[in-house]
Design a protein around this ligand. Structure first.
Ligand SMILES: Nc1ncnc2c1ncn2[C@@H]1O[C@H](COP(=O)(O)OP(=O)(O)OP(=O)(O)O)[C@@H](O)[C@H]1O
Ligand SMILES: [Mg+2]
Length: 391
């Protein structure tokens, strides 16, 4: 749309630049064909006018000179009044400002009208009045057309500015959208990376830790019977970890939850943990047990697993207790041990991932995680998530 308008505008500009010479040429040819006056003088004046238009910078002095030249040419032939005098109006309007425009247009009009009348009017009142009337009519007409033209071009320029601004805004918006898209994609990638990291930690890393513990115990065992038991446990752990890793690759929930409701799955996890680590572990359920949204159950199961893994790894506890409480709005899991304890604020310093992942999982469900611990005082972890029922 704007492209076509621009092309038209450029074409018009080019024609406006050529038009004065064309009008001068037409007037000159007709004047020479007329055969009045000295041809070479006319030709010389025409050449001078052309040179004036070509060479002199377009300022007030140029317009003054042009009007004088128009006057001289019109004195030689009326054909110059018919065609070339238009250039006087055009350039006066284009290159002068304010009242000077009217002065220039009036001078040009006075010259043309005089040329049409075959010279200046007789000094009678009616002669002078007629002359002034025609001159004023021409000035009014030229002024009106020029004014309308100016308003139109002003308006089209304004419209063009608006279109340009609109295009700019649209371009900016497109850029912004692309940026948002990239950010959303990056956020998605980051989310997925965190999820994968948590999965690897909860399945493979925990499994491998348990396997290593069992293998070390097997190595230390003096009786063949004990060695066999530890090796069996290690094999079992390896199988389970492999199965869990496969499930997490396919983004399926934990196997324990597929087989049993949350309280039973936790009971099983706690019992096995006690057996593997030789530590007394108790599990209690309170409140009205009801099926929760899979993500709620998975979060609580993973929290219990990591808390137990940490107890085995860091606490050296003699007792562990887990409580699962179903309340009206929230489901809470508490894990307490009587082990070594630690300073929660400094837990991240060793570069562990478990507690961070635990916190992320819980806060993703708009839940809360509290860790209470002190060196020598044992540890209590409490995860609370909204009680979103399974639909
Ligand atoms: N029950 C606990 N008893 C004593 N210290 C604990 C206990 N739980 C966590 N900690 C301390 O908090 C730190 C951070 O735990 P976190 O689970 O984040 O990492 P990690 O267990 O060391 O490594 P990862 O879980 O990544 O295998 C542990 O290194 C440990 O010092
Ligand atoms: Mg850990």
């Amino acid at each position: 749309m704007t492209g076509r308008l621009d092309r038209w505008e450029r074409l018009l500009d080019r024609q406006l630049a050529v038009a004065p010479y064309a009008l001068l040429a037409v007037s000159a040819v007709l004047a020479l064909l007329d055969g009045r006056g000295t041809p070479w003088l006319t030709a010389g004046l025409v050449a001078l006018t052309a040179a004036w238009m070509w060479l002199v910078p377009r300022r007030a002095a140029y317009v003054a000179g042009l009007v004088v030249l128009i006057g001289v040419l019109c004195g030689r032939s009326v054909w110059f009044a018919s065609f070339f005098s238009l250039v006087g109006y055009l350039h006066t309007w284009q290159y002068l400002k304010g009242a000077w425009r009217f002065a220039g247009v009036s001078a040009t009009a006075a010259i043309s009208v005089a040329a049409y009348q075959g010279g200046l009017p007789d000094p009678t009142p009616s002669g002078v009045l007629t002359y002034l009337f025609f001159t004023a009519a021409v000035v009014a007409a030229v002024g009106l057309f020029s004014f309308v033209g100016e308003v139109t071009s002003e308006r089209s320029a304004e419209r063009k500015r608006m279109v340009t601004r609109l295009e700019e805004t649209m371009r900016e918006n497109a850029g912004l959208q692309a940026q948002l898209l990239v950010q959303a994609r990056e956020a998605g990638v980051l989310d997925e990376r965190q999820r994968m990291a948590a999965e690897i930690h909860d399945t493979l890393a925990q499994g491998l830790t348990g396997i290593i513990t069992q293998l070390q115990a097997a190595k230390r065992a003096e009786r063949a019977e004990d060695r066999g038991r530890h090796l069996d446990l290690a094999t079992g752990l390896a199988r389970e970890s492999l199965a869990e890793a496969r499930r997490s690759v396919h983004a399926v929930g934990p196997g324990q939850l597929a087989a049993a409701p949350l309280p039973e799955a936790l009971q099983e996890v706690v019992a096995r943990w006690g057996e593997l680590n030789g530590v007394r572990a108790d599990f209690t359920v309170t409140g009205t047990v009801r099926p929760m949204h899979p993500e709620v159950e998975e979060t609580l199961l993973r929290t219990a697993q990591e808390a137990l893994a940490n107890t085995a790894k860091h606490a050296g506890a003699s007792r562990v207790g887990l409580t699962l409480s179903y309340m009206e709005d929230v489901v809470t899991l508490d894990v307490r041990d009587d082990g070594a304890g630690f300073v929660p604020e400094r837990a991240g310093e060793a570069g562990g991932f478990g507690l961070t992942a635990m916190r992320k999982r819980v806060s993703r469900l708009a839940g809360t995680l509290e860790i209470e611990s002190e060196p020598g005082e044992g540890t209590a972890i409490s995860a609370s998530v909204p009680a979103v029922s399974r639909d």
